[in-house]
Design a protein around this ligand. Structure first.
Ligand code: ADP
Length: 655
């Protein structure tokens, strides 16, 4: 090797900061760089000729490594520790070198100092261990917190469930007590009896209010309170509510008045039931806590654009007022301004809690200003969308003047006392009434009989009111009016009633005026709709041609024949339906047989006569084909329509 080459190789070797040395096949050091001298602290002269493995903490291991190098020709990254003042960690790399004939002369060894790397690894490991530990602790804490939350939620839930269940259980018998008290109050009574019964009714009414309050709070707490968004007339709504306090305020000689901002749009979109409930609570408090002076309910427009209006409602009184220190707490559940309040004024301390929840639930806020012995003003603001849809207005209770007779009501109610109560009320109205103890029985009855309207309780065994209504609308395709009877009017899911196809709802305890008015109004609507529909879609089904020919247009004779048809046909229709339902094929055949000649007499289309013949044929074979029901119903419809048209003819003829 040339001198220059030698020097170049030497300078490369010396440039390495890692210890680098050569050994012969006996493991003796033959050469090294300065880094080796530095790390071992032994001079070059002393290093030369010594066994390289004595410089490691584990000489046996170093010797074994050396053996591997010579056997395999190389070794990579074998960890060893050099004996120096700090026991340096190295990775041992070595490979053999040979002469020009391939004979192994020795090995070149590099021991890379990995102290820094090891340190980082160690720190990383420690950091990881600490992180793992912290994670474990955090997880344990989380599990603890979750358990605690679950226990808390469970306990709140079971409290709410208990309150809900209890209130519901109490309400059902309470409704009967109030209902029957009302019935008895209508009978002949002595003055004393009337007084006592009135007292029972008043107590019952307050209990129902309390139970509804508890149910409402449970609903708000569980986030189940929903708000309607229906068009309503604000002014009318407030008037109706204030009227409720006419008698109370007159008794106490307090003036109760309304200040209403005329700029408020007439029809708004919102939840009139909840608004009613909020103001009712505030006015009821004002009346309760005021013994002289006046109460003013003011409704003021705060701001308005094309779409919405913000309105401030305020109830001011000249009553006992509230101490400043108590103002914050009166909105809490079961909280009254003084411990003596309940004794003197009654109440439970739930009203304002509900007011606050109902207002805040609709993104509003409540405010109160009060001076002891001067009076209080409770106010709140709510924003309503402005509606132009007058036609969609929720029905308001209007005086009914129409008298409707021959009504058959199907009452679907599982509780015997309520069944009796409804029967008594409907008897009083002069309506016929049948009872079904659950939705399933109701559906069966509707399939067989003719009813004008259904009063449907919601919670029943076997099939509840919602399920039954869904079945009636979707499976039976019947549009018979259905009014929900609900014990839960303030919290009832009215949307659900509507979505399953109920026409209206009535709260229990049933107010008989409301019940009567709602039944009559719905039936009036149905009648109007039917007449319109008949006018619109159905051309006349009868043709007087045949009758005129037969009677030589003699009005007397024609009237008699029509009267006979009108007398016989409804009976035949109902027998046809009944016998079909009873699968009494002989009667069905005989009845349809009797009907057949009349089709041509009153000029009903030949198709219906053929249809009647088919029914007769099926009946004689005692074979219930799939479409026989459809045909029976079509025959019923056409004959009913013929009767209606003939009634009109009869009137004309008589004139
Ligand atoms: P309740 O009226 O059943 O006690 P509320 O929650 O409606 O329950 O009212 C809580 C308390 O707030 C009342 O007990 C009363 O002390 C006080 N309060 C409410 N309204 C008035 C008012 N208009 N004037 C004086 N105090 C009132």
């Amino acid at each position: 090797m040339k001198k220059a080459d030698n020097q170049y190789a030497r300078s490369l070797i010396e440039a390495s900061l890692d210890p680098l040395f050569t050994i012969n096949i006996d493991g003796e050091i033959t050469d090294m760089n300065q880094a080796t001298v530095n790390i071992t602290g032994v001079t070059r002269d002393k290093l030369i000729g010594t066994n390289f493995y004595i410089y490691f903490t584990d000489p046996q291991k170093a010797k074994a490594v050396c053996k591997v190098v010579f056997e395999k020709g190389f070794i990579t990254d074998y960890p060893l520790i050099i004996i120096d003042h700090k026991f340096t960690n190295v990775l041992f790399n070595g490979s053999v070198y040979k002469d020009e004939h391939g004979n192994v002369l020795g090995a070149v060894i590099v021991a890379r100092d990995v102290t820094a790397q090891r340190k980082i690894e160690k720190e990383l490991k420690e950091a990881n261990a600490i992180a793992e530990l912290a994670k474990g602790v955090a997880e344990a804490e989380q599990v603890k917190a979750e358990n605690a939350t679950r226990i808390a939620i469970d306990s709140v839930k079971s409290k709410q469930q208990f309150l809900s269940n209890m209130s519901h259980e109490i309400r059902t018998p309470m409704n009967s007590i109030i209902g029957f008290t009302k019935v008895v109050l209508k009978t002949d009574l002595t003055k004393k009896q009337r007084e006592f019964l009135q007292a029972i009714k008043t107590s019952g009414d307050s209990l129902i209010v309390l139970i509804n309050d508890i149910l409402d709070l449970a609903k708000v707490d569980s986030g189940k309170m929903t708000y309607e968004n229906v068009p309503f007339k604000m002014s009318k709504s407030i008037d109706a509510m204030i009227h409720l306090f006419d008698i109370k305020s007159q008794e106490k000689n307090i003036k109760l008045s309304k200040v209403y901002d005329s700029k408020i749009p007439e029809v708004l979109l919102g939840d009139p039931v909840r608004l009613h409930q909020i103001i009712l609570n505030l006015v009821s408090n004002a009346v309760k806590f005021t013994s002289q002076g006046k109460i003013v309910v003011s409704v003021k427009l705060i701001e308005k654009d094309d779409e919405k209006a913000t309105i401030e409602f305020a109830v001011s009184d000249t009553g006992i007022g509230i101490e400043k220190s108590k103002i914050k707490t009166i909105f809490e559940n079961f909280n009254q301004a003084s411990s003596g309040t309940s004794r003197v004024y009654g109440g439970t301390g739930l009203g304002l809690a509900i007011v606050k929840q109902l207002v805040e639930g609709q993104n509003g806020f409540v405010n109160v200003e009060s001076v002891v012995n001067e009076g209080s003003t409770f106010s709140f603001q709510l924003t309503f969308a402005i509606s132009n849809s007058y036609h969609e207005l929720v029905d308001e209770l209007e005086e009914v003047t129409t008298e409707i007779k021959n009504i058959k009501v199907l009452v679907v109610e599982d509780i015997a006392l309520n069944q009796l109560l409804m029967r008594t009320l409907l008897d009083d109205f002069g309506f016929g009434c049948e009872i079904a103890a659950n939705g399933k029985i109701a559906v069966d009855k509707l399939k067989k009989g003719n009813y004008d309207i259904v009063l449907m309780d919601l919670q029943m065994p076997v099939m509840n009111g919602f399920e039954a209504t869904e079945y009636i609308r979707n499976e039976m395709k019947s549009s018979i009016p259905i009014i929900a009877l609900t014990a839960d009017v303030t919290t009832v899911d009215l949307k659900k009633c509507k979505s399953v196809g109920m026409d209206d709802y009535i709260s229990k305890p049933v107010n008989e005026t409301i019940l009567y008015s709602k039944i009559v109004k719905i039936l009036e609507k149905v009648n109007q709709r039917n007449t319109k529909e008949l006018e619109r879609v159905k051309p006349r089904c009868i043709d007087m041609e045949f009758l005129m020919q037969r009677t030589k247009s003699n009005p007397q004779l024609m009237s008699e024949m029509i009267a006979l048809y009108l007398e016989q046909t409804p009976v035949l229709i109902s027998t046809m339906k009944q016998s079909f339902n009873d699968k009494d094929w002989d009667t069905l055949q005989a009845t349809v047989h009797k009907m057949i000649p009349s089709f041509s007499i009153v000029g009903i289309n030949q198709d219906f006569e053929n249809m009647a013949k088919k029914v007769q044929e099926f009946a004689s074979k005692q074979n219930e084909e799939n479409d026989i029901l459809e045909m029976v119903l079509q025959l019923e419809n056409i004959c009913t329509q013929a009767c209606r048209e003939l009634e009109e003819e009869l009137i004309i003829l008589k004139k």
